[in-house]
Design a protein around this ligand. Structure first.
Ligand code: ADP
Ligand code: MG
Length: 266
């Protein structure tokens, strides 16, 4: 399965953590938008049946005629599935509830873990000269998240700065190891990003210290602060860098994009 030597398409990053509410969707939207602002061509794939990334980028459910579900099942081509967003250089494959039945339906499919991988190894993706594909995963280590990890080059792990944050990580790391062993030996961890960080809070500092002790350089230097602008922006169908460019949230996601690009060069 080591097809990456020949691979000339975009870098594929899964944004994953089986816990809900840790900042996956916020990170997928805002890191994606910040990379797009840097002039990179970015595609966001919404792989969560809740469709929060689709809503947050302004794609109302009635405009989601072709979805990730059609795309992974091969019922729609990339060209039919990709939609433009209001953000320059950022496109989207949206999700709807129908993805939630994928878990059950895919059990019978022999290639069930490879559907997204195969759908993305399409020459039409190369033609679009994308630089990054970000996959917004559901809050579970289910077949959808496994599809994202099998398709991806790396995993971005948002970690909420709260007490049990690190406990869930071992389960996530185990899944990454299994995917490496069975399907995608080159899968890397792009980085762990601390979200909803509160500098004045001892607990945030403790979680950060623990994360850096345990994970070392895997933890991004950039901290994403708790910032109400980040939670408001989706209801205005905007990434935070457009909704409030001077907010601490906007600054943090721009910094995260810059750090990611700098790490790639190093
Ligand atoms: P997930 O996709 O992991 O379930 P979300 O990105 O949807 O998590 O975030 C969960 C909730 O927390 C959302 O309401 C979101 O707006 C809010 N949120 C996420 N990150 C931040 C942050 N850094 N500051 C404030 N609110 C945040
Ligand atoms: Mg989400």
């Amino acid at each position: 399965m080591s097809d990456y030597l020949r691979y000339r398409g975009p870098k594929i990053m899964a944004v994953a953590n089986q816990k809900g509410g840790v900042g996956k969707t916020t990170t997928a939207i805002n890191l994606g938008a910040a990379l797009a602002r840097e002039g990179r061509q970015v595609l966001l794939i919404d792989l969560d049946p809740q469709g929060n990334a689709s809503t947050g980028l302004g794609l109302s459910p009635d405009r989601r005629e072709v979805t990730t579900y059609d795309f992974i099942l091969g019922d729609a081509s990339v060209d039919d599935a990709i939609q433009a967003t209001n953000v320059a250089n950022l496109s989207l494959i949206p999700a709807t509830q129908d993805l939630s039945s994928a878990d059950i339906e895919l059990i019978a499919n022999e290639k069930r873990s490879f559907l997204l991988h195969d759908a993305l190894r399409d020459p039409r993706i190369e033609k679009r000269s994308l630089d990054y594909i970000l996959i917004d995963c559901p809050p579970s280590l289910n077949i959808l998240t496994v599809n994202a990890m099998v398709a991806a080059h790396s995993v971005v792990v948002p970690l909420q700065s709260e007490f049990f944050a690190l406990e869930g990580l071992s389960q996530l790391m185990l899944t990454i190891r299994e995917v490496r062993a069975n399907a995608n030996p080159d899968l890397r961890i792009e980085g762990v990003v601390l979200t909803m960080y509160d500098r004045r809070n001892n607990l945030s500092q403790q979680v950060e210290a623990d994360a850096r002790d345990n994970l070392g350089d895997l933890v991004f230097s950039t901290l994403i602060p708790r910032n109400v602008r980040l939670s408001e922006a989706p209801s205005f169908a905007m990434p935070v860098i457009d909704y409030d460019p001077t907010s601490t949230g906007a600054t943090a996601y721009r910094d995260l994009a810059a750090e990611l690009i700098a790490r790639e060069r190093a």
